[in-house]
Write a protein that binds this ligand. Sequence first.
Ligand code: ADP
Ligand code: ZN
Length: 690
Amino acid sequence: MTDPTPTKSEGSQSLWKVAVDAPLPEALTYSYAEPLQRGQLVNVPLGKRKVKGLVLGPAAPTATASEFKIKSIDSIDEEYRPLPAPFVNWLEWLGNYYLHPVGQVVQSAFPPLRKTEKQRASKRAPVIPQLDADTELNLTDEQRTCFESISKYSGFSTHLLFGVTGSGKTEVYLRLLDKVLKEGKRGLVLVPEISLTPQLVQRFARRFGDKIAAMHSQLTEREKTNQWWDMVDGKKSILIGARSALFCPIEDLGLIIVDEEHEPSFKQDEKLKYNGRDAAVMMGKMMNCPVVLGSATPSLETWKNAQEGKYHLHTLKNRVAGRALPTIEVIDLRQQKADDDQQKLIIEKYSHLPFWLSPALFEKMNEVLDQGDQAALFLNRRGVAQMVVCPACGHTRECPNCDISLTLHAGSHLICHYCDYHENMKARCPDCKEGEMEAIGLGTELLEKDLSRLFPGKRIARADRDEIQSRADLEDLISDMETGAIDILVGTQMIAKGLDFPKLKLVGLVLADVGFNLPDFRATERSFQLITQMSGRSGRHVKEGESPGYVIIQTFNTEHESITFARNHDYEGFANNELSIRGALNYPPVGRLVGFRIQGPHLGKVEEAARLLARRAQSLKTQFPQYSSMEVLGPAEAPLSKLRGQFRYHLLLKTSQNNVANPFSRQLLGDQEWVPSGVKILVDIDPMNL
Ligand code: ADP
Ligand code: ZN
C-alpha cells in the first residue's frame, strides 16, 4: 500500500493526501507537522471554507504540488478515532470503481455529531421495538445443512443462500449471527429500504434484544446519530439497515448479510451510483469476513458467480413445515372469439367486467372473499402503465438491435431508448396481420374505481407511491392487512416484497405484460422475480394438507419466459435460459455495461455534448486495440427526456470483456474540459435502471 514514511518538505512539515468534499478526482495535498495516520479525520481549509477531510496517507512532493502554496491542516478531529484501515481501503475502492471523487465518497462515512445525553431522550416510538424474546426454532434439515456449511467459513467468502419464498432464510441468518456474536464479532444485515418495516426489525429484536441497531431513511437525524454511535462505540452488535448502513465503520465485523440481494433498490441512482450488494461483497473482502447473499430469485449476476464457483451455493428447496408453494394459473387476455353458443353466453354473462379483469380472476376473488380471506391485485407500474399491443395475438414491438421494447412517443412514434432506433406504429399488427395495434393505459386508481363498483361493501385499499408516502403509511397498511381490516389490496410492486400476511390467499397480477415490456434489458428478469415474489405472498401460512395459496397471472403473452418458468417455480431453468439470451447480446452479467447521462438546461448543448461523447468513444475504440470490444449505443433520449428543467440524453457502452469498461470510461471522460458549459455528464458503472 502506501509508504509509511511521510515525505518531508520545507522544514519539518510533512505532506499528506487528504480527501475533502470537492468534485476532484484525487485527494488534495496538505502539510502538517505532527505524524498522522491513514484514516484519521482532520479539519482543513478549502478555498474560503473549513471542511472535514480524511487522511489517506503521505503525499509525495510533485511538481504541480510545489507550484501552489500548500495549505496546512488546521487540526486533528479528536472526537473520532481513525477509521479502520480496511474500511478506508473500501472507501477508496468505491471511488475508483464507480468513478466518483474520493473526497465525496468519504463524506458518507464521516461521523454525525454526537448529541448530548439529554437530547438523546426521544418521545417517538423506539427505533428498536421492545419485545418478548423468542426462542430458536428447530432447524429443518435443509436449514441445518445450509447453516452448517456456511458457518465453516470465517474469512472472506461469498455465499448465495438460494431459498424459495417461505423456506426460512431468516432463521438461517439469525443462527449465523448468533454464532458470530458468540465469537465476539459483530454483524451487518442489509435489506431493501422498503422491507425495513417493524415486521422485519422485530424478528431480529426478538432474538437479539438490545444488541440490535437499525438504520433507515425514516429515522430522524438524532435517531440516526444515536444508532450510528451505538454501533461505533461497540454498544450494539448487529446493525440492520438499508444500503447506506455500509458506511457505518464497524470494527470486528464477522458477517455481512444481504437479504433479497436481487433487489434493484440496492443500487443508488444518484451521486455515488454504487450497488449496495456489490459494495457489501467488497466490504467482506476488505474486512476478511463471510458475506451471505439471500434470495428466492437471485440476480443473474449472483447466479452466474455461483455457477462459476466464485460464490458458494446453498439451497433451500422447500417451504418450512410442509407448506405448499402456491398454485399459479395463467389467463390469456387476448380477445376470445365466440365460436359457439355456450361461449357467447359466457361472454354475455361477464360483459360488465372491465377488459383488465378476466372472469377467472373475478370468480376466484369472490370465492376467496366469501371465505373471509384476502385478495391482492398487483400492477407492475406506478402511474399509468402504457404499452402497445395487438389484442388479437399479443404481439408487441421490440428494437431489432437491442431486444428491448420500443416506447410510444407522440401518439404513433416508437423509439428504442438504447440505440435511438425509430419506427412508426402500424395500425394493423405486423405479426398476425389481423388485429389493430392498440396503446393500453392502466393505473392503480382505475383498478380501485372498477373494484369498488364490482365489489360493493368490500374494504379496498390502494398501495402505490401516491398513497404510501411514508413509513407510517406503510405500517398502517401492514397492520390493516394483519388485522383483516382490508379485503382487497390493490397496488404496485412496492408492496409485493418481503411481506407476510396470514390471510392473503389470492394474488392477481393484472397485466404481466407491463413488466416484461419495460424498455430495459432486465425486463424479463424483473418480471420473473416479481411474479415469483408476488406469488410468495400468497398462502404463506397454510397448514400441511390445506389448499395452497392461489396466484392468477393475466397476460396477452402466455408463452413469455418470465411466466412459463415462474409458473413451474423453475428459477434455474429461467436463469439458464436468460443467461444464454444475455450472452448473445453481450448484456450483463455476461458482458459489461456503462451508462452515461448527459444533461443540462439547453437541449442543443445537451445534444452536442452527447454527440461529442459518442465521437470520443468511437475514436478511443479505434485508437486503442484493447478497447476494440467496446460497443457504443446511442446517444438516445433518456426515457425521462426532461426532468426538472433538465434535458436528458444517454449513451451506453457495452463490452464482452470484463476488465476494460472501467479504464475505457475513465479515459473517455478525461478531464471533462471538452464538455460544453452548462452540460453535466454523469457516469453509471453497472447501471440498473436505464
Ligand atoms: P423466507 O425469508 O425464506 O421467505 P421466512 O424466514 O420468512 O422465509 O420464514 C417463513 C416462515 O416460516 C416464518 O413464519 C418463520 O417463522 C417460519 N419458520 C422458519 N423456519 C422455521 C422452522 N425451522 N420451523 C418452523 N417454522 C419456521
Ligand atoms: Zn435499440
